[in-house]
Design a protein around this ligand. Sequence first.
Ligand SMILES: NC(=O)c1ccc[n+]([C@@H]2O[C@H](COP(=O)([O-])OP(=O)(O)OC[C@H]3O[C@@H](n4cnc5c(N)ncnc54)[C@H](OP(=O)(O)O)[C@@H]3O)[C@@H](O)[C@H]2O)c1
Length: 338
Amino acid sequence: MRFAHAIERTVVLPIRSNDPDPMLRALASLFFYTRFFTRFSRVGLRQRQRDWQAYPERLDGQTWLITGASGGIGAAIARIAHARGARVLAAARSGDKLASLVRAADTKMVPLQVDFSSISDTRRLVQDLSARNERIDVLVNNVGVLLDRFELTAEGLETSFVTNLLSHFVLTEGLHAAARFAHGAAVINMSSGGMYGSPLRLAEMAANNGQDYDGMAAYAMHKRAQVELTRAWNRRWQGSPRGYAMHPGWADTAGVQTALPWFRATLRTQLRSSEDSADTALWLGTTRPSPASAGGIWLDRVLDPEHAFALTRKATPTADDLYAFLASKSASVRENAK
Ligand SMILES: NC(=O)c1ccc[n+]([C@@H]2O[C@H](COP(=O)([O-])OP(=O)(O)OC[C@H]3O[C@@H](n4cnc5c(N)ncnc54)[C@H](OP(=O)(O)O)[C@@H]3O)[C@@H](O)[C@H]2O)c1
């Protein structure tokens, strides 16, 4: 036990600590990916698929809003939900990619061009959806990026923080405040197994200092924060909408090809398809199990624990601290914009 703890402290900590020693970082990555290989790769999917039960998949009459819907896992969720009868509001940045998504579909696939690295643009989306009187049955907060360089948005915030977390907060809170969710709706937050390597730290999360920037560590922390934010929302919402944090496993998408080329080259034959990784979101959005009070993160229709290492368990900051932090960050953009 003490040995395992020592491994965690010496090997896992550097994943998020921007350790300048390349050997330690390489060792950390090796430990991390070996630890989770079976569960997150196609191997884990095949194992869990054996226990899956058939469920009524039709989604006629429902409206699904999916962010980051023009490529990868988001596009797979959008296509499958549409094929099952849902009206799909597909939100992404590139007009060309959205055009190719809707080309093969009927009018129930609605493209929404929005840049989720912009709080103003995310707010505009909320206003547009409210003006159109949309009722959302399922929101999938799927958009997410892993950047290798520090970038500030025009609103003065770190780009991946806004894309991966703050825009989800602004979109979901905005829709909730405008009473846009249907009764018993589902809000699905697309986290990542990367969150197993990171505790929640508010001060580091929205790094505005490029010197210490580590895109992988920032990403892992945003993904941890999505899990905590789900807890905060479920406490506030008391059953409607229902919030879920999920993890798609490792999928061979354009995002992975660009952000983690070495990872993709090494594990390519064991990565899932986007459709494989879309399954849990489709299942959650359709079956909507009661959220567990203890939280957890869904993968392949199974609720897994939120922590794999002792060092990520922290009494503070709490989910409510995170909620207040995000509310204050989004308000700061409002003030700056005046
Ligand atoms: N793939 C994996 O193995 C894996 C593992 C764990 C977690 N995840 C998570 O799953 C989610 C989807 O991942 P993916 O691999 O499918 O990603 P992806 O291939 O990079 O696709 C991302 C989608 O998001 C859109 N997007 C990116 N930035 C945007 C912005 N600022 N505004 C609006 N849309 C934006 C992209 O469209 P545009 O080009 O139009 O911007 C694209 O449609 C992410 O949250 C990711 O962290 C993925």
